[in-house]
Ligand binder design. Structure first.
Ligand SMILES: Cc1cc2nc3c(=O)[nH]c(=O)nc-3n(C[C@H](O)[C@H](O)[C@H](O)COP(=O)(O)OP(=O)(O)OC[C@H]3O[C@@H](n4cnc5c(N)ncnc54)[C@H](O)[C@@H]3O)c2cc1C
Length: 507
């Protein structure tokens, strides 16, 4: 495992320098919220992200909604939201953090509304609330039915663009972190892929809002792998990586021929969808008292077990008791996508199977995003605060993005770095991609829904071969190595981390 800090050679020919009070890396919901909040606090913000467009993030893909205890929802209470989160998280959560983050729910929703987010309304004109698995109450707010992510990030992106004190840097990937005295952050290098040049950033605050790494699995609901580079750099800079083995598998990803599976949101089950196996039999009622609305890890394992039992590559979501009009209105995105594959959910069953979805593990941080490195912060899915425990409660992650994005601004370093010439230690990585296909297979086969000692042994052997074959591609292999180390350290089953004698795998 690479932990050395390579020395930095400054290439003046590539010199384009920028200064900012804070560099936010990542323009998902966490990064956008942090950038807007920092700008409101009077700070000069640089907002960098790898793709061309800020809408290319997992945040934009979010379907079901954002969970929050809101003051007008009288049947609900903050305490119930806390208890549901602890229960779903298998008690592995940091209860203090759970309480800190969830208590900000009402203000987070108000902030989004102030930024122009138009939540769907109920007939009384207040935001409509739906339910998802393991929530004891209806407390999920949504936008345009099942298009919550894009409905939230679009107005925030517009606001960011209109804010003069935020400089937007699309096509910019984080390449290195620069550290000065006591390893405190003094800047970063970004690689601008559009102009094939490097930009050197002078700042005493870098906020990593770089998302998760579920895309490292063969079957996943998303393709996110860029965040792995940020995790690697944070580790090299001295931050702690925590619980990388805790990855949530969404039970119901639409089974298509491609490997990235389109999500069939949990709110389908919240609105009455039933799960049936290949023989047309319901099976969740026998597994858990909450039936189809049991915690995600329970449902995902039950589905995998039915798939093995019936020797069938999927189970099915049955929504046929709902009208076409309801489905088109409430789940326009999912309904249209299924139709493109010839499935009309009003009359047909929807084939689904589990897929890697969300990373509970990440860079160890406080609820306000502080890491072990002065000036280095992390928020949203890139962070591991203990909010989600061993299994995230549905729709708590968008809330986490907004709360942490707001809170991190309160703890940024106030002392600004003067024009320091570079020459400091830097955390840096080599580009890597050729090994990715192999890495996805390893993660899926050996660090998936079910784990075992034998699976870890296979993983170590195959990983060593991969490292020999791709000696320069350290980022992804580092992630796998750390994740299996964390898995081995947790010798008992807990939430998404389920140990069996012999590892099962399904294709
Ligand atoms: C299909 C799907 C549906 C979901 N539905 C819901 C839901 O209904 N409710 C809910 O709460 N959660 C949901 N989630 C989870 C939720 O969307 C994510 O947890 C959350 O959006 C993460 O936001 P983020 O800002 O932390 O990161 P992301 O939104 O993942 O953004 C990461 C940003 O960092 C940038 N980046 C990454 N690495 C680098 C790098 N090295 N250099 C530069 N830029 C980089 C990316 O380009 C991107 O801009 C869903 C997830 C998926 C995949």
């Amino acid at each position: 495992m690479t932990t050395s800090r390579p020395s930095f050679s400054y290439d003046a020919s590539l010199n384009t320098e920028l200064h900012g009070d804070v560099l936010v890396v990542g323009a998902g919901l966490a990064g956008l919220t942090a950038a807007l909040t920092a700008a409101e606090a009077g700070l000069k913000v640089l907002l960098a992200f790898k793709p061309k467009d800020a809408t290319e993030s997992n945040s934009a893909y979010a379907q079901g909604g954002i969970a929050a205890y809101v003051e007008w929802n009288t049947p609900d209470s903050l305490e119930q939201h806390v208890q549901d989160t602890l229960e779903a998280g298998a008690g592995y959560n940091n209860e203090i953090v759970v309480r800190q983050i969830l208590a900000e729910g009402n203000d987070a929703i108000k902030t989004l509304m102030r930024y122009g987010v138009a939540f769907d309304l109920d007939p009384e004109g207040v935001p409509a609330l739906t339910q998802e698995a393991a929530h004891s109450q209806r407390r999920i707010l949504h936008v345009n039915g099942d298009q919550t992510g894009v409905g939230i990030v679009t107005p925030l992106i517009e606001r960011v663009k209109a804010t003069k004190s935020i400089q937007i840097l699309p096509y910019h990937a984080l390449e290195a972190l620069h550290q000065g005295k006591h390893h405190a952050i003094v800047g970063a290098t970004l690689y601008d892929s559009k102009h094939a040049q490097r930009r050197y950033i002078h700042t005493s605050n870098v906020v990593l809002a770089t998302g998760g790494y579920a895309g490292l699995y063969l079957h996943a609901t998303n393709t996110a792998t860029d965040g792995v580079q940020a995790l690697f750099l944070a580790h090299q800079a001295g931050a702690t990586l925590k619980d990388l083995h805790l990855v949530q598998f969404h039970p119901t990803a639409f089974v298509t021929e491609g490997q990235v599976r389109f999500l069939a949101s949990e709110s389908l089950r919240g609105e009455g969808a039933m799960l049936v196996n290949a023989d047309g039999q319901r099976f969740m009622e026998a597994v858990h008292p909450q039936g189809e609305l049991a915690p995600r890890d329970v449902v995902a394992r039950a589905i995998a077990s039915e798939m093995l039992k019936t020797k069938h590559p999927c189970v099915y979501l049955d929504m046929r008791h709902r009208s076409q009009a309801f489905l088109e209105h409430r789940f326009p995105n999912i309904y249209r996508t299924a139709l493109r594959y010839g499935i009309d959910m009003a009359t047909d069953l929807l084939p689904v199977a589990p897929a890697a979805h969300y990373c509970m593990g990440g860079i160890d941080a406080t609820w306000q995003g502080e890491t072990a490195v002065s000036g280095l912060f992390t928020i949203g899915e890139a962070s591991c605060t203990g909010l989600h425990g061993a299994n995230r409660l549905a729709s708590n992650s968008l809330l986490e993005c907004v709360v942490m994005g707001r809170q991190v601004v309160n703890v940024l370093n106030k002392t600004l770095i003067p024009n320091t010439p570079f020459g400091f230690n830097q955390a840096k990585y080599n580009n890597s991609s050729h090994s990715l296909k192999q890495v996805k297979r390893l993660m899926w086969q050996y660090l998936g829904l079910q784990r075992s000692k034998r699976a870890y042994e296979h993983l170590h052997t195959e990983l060593q071969k991969l490292k020999n074959d791709f000696p320069d591609e350290e980022v992804f292999t580092f992630l796998v190595e750390t994740a299996v180390k964390h898995a081995e350290e947790m010798s008992y089953s807990c939430g998404s981390h389920h140990i069996i004698e012999k590892s099962l795998s399904f294709k």
